[in-house]
Design a protein around this ligand. Structure first.
Ligand code: MG
Length: 295
């Protein structure tokens, strides 16, 4: 596998996001040439709404219904890539798809299980760091330290905003920077082993396994870790969900979360084998989506 060149995300305003009609054109073209698509989707904030407590998140019924229909189609392979552990996200989706947990460090498929080399060794150290963070943040109300299989998340959705800088300092000073990195997400600090592997590498690994090309990928995600996917398959269809106007992204398309479900339905129409033109027209009329609105 070729190393993924990490670049600073391109600065695009919401007005720069390409239109829905163009995404369908691109997807139709790839489908007609290759006959197969790979859908890579994030979970929280993309298929499930963000909740004050992460444990309460559930897949949106419309997303579940659309994904369920897609799993029956032979022309699409689905992978859910999440910051959650594989068992956690698999339990919340409950469909026979590929699951990538801990930001892709672990990947489970119908006939394979993969763990990134180096991730296992970091596991015990991670537990010690997280116990330390728990002790140091006992006085910061609302802090939630979540240890997953190979990574950890320190959530601060319920922490008073004036205490977040202190929490950030504690988290960053508690981990060994030579072995772990701390990345910012939506109201969360993500602690990950420095194994040079993320969602982007997971996407490439899955595509390679199926001998598929980059342009067969459709990537959906709402957070900074999803930018790794967008940068790994620049010729694919990359869609940043619920992008705040000031956020940089490498995705060429933007979409509000409410439109994700309709998008998945439209995708199903395409892979069902109906002509691209009629599927797109039906989809646009049904959902009145003529453009992807960015937040
Ligand atoms: Mg997300």
């Amino acid at each position: 596998m070729n190393p993924i060149a990490k670049e600073e995300p391109t600065t695009l305003t919401p007005a720069d996001c390409r239109q829905a009609s163009e995404v369908w054109d691109q997807i139709c073209q790839v489908l007609s040439v290759t006959g197969h698509l790979f859908l890579f989707s994030d979970f929280d904030g993309t298929l499930a709404r963000i909740t004050p407590v992460p444990a309460d998140a559930a897949i949106e019924p419309l997303a579940l219904a659309a994904l369920k229909k897609l799993t029956d189609e032979k022309h699409v392979t689905i992978a859910i890539l999440s910051g959650r552990s594989v068992p956690d996200v698999a339990n919340r989706v409950g469909l026979p798809v590929i699951y990538g947990g801990d930001h892709g460090l672990e990947i489970h498929g119908p006939d394979f299980n993969f763990v990134t080399p180096g991730a296992e060794a970091a596991r015990r150290t991670l537990l010690a760091f997280c116990n330390d963070i728990r002790k140091k943040t006992a006085e910061i109300p609302g802090t939630l330290v979540e240890v997953k299989s190979y990574t950890a998340s320190v959530h601060y959705r319920q922490v008073p905003p004036d205490l977040v800088p202190e929490l950030s300092l504690i988290v960053r000073s508690s981990v060994d920077p030579a072995r772990f990195e701390v990345r910012d997400g939506h109201s969360v600090f993500e602690i990950r082993p420095r194994v040079n592997w993320g969602k982007g590498e997971a996407v490439r690994w899955i595509l390679d396994r199926y001998h598929a090309a980059d342009d067969q990928a459709i990537c959906l995600g709402d957070d900074e870790t999803d930018e790794d996917m967008f940068q790994s398959v620049r010729t694919g269809v990359n869609i940043r969900v619920n992008r705040p106007p000031e956020t940089k992204t490498s995705a060429q398309y933007c979409m509000n979360q409410e439109h994700v479900y309709a998008f998945l339905e439209g995708l199903r129409d395409l892979v069902q084998g109906v002509s691209c033109a009629s599927a797109v027209n039906t989809h646009l009329q049904r959902h009145s989506i003529h453009g992807f609105a960015a937040n």
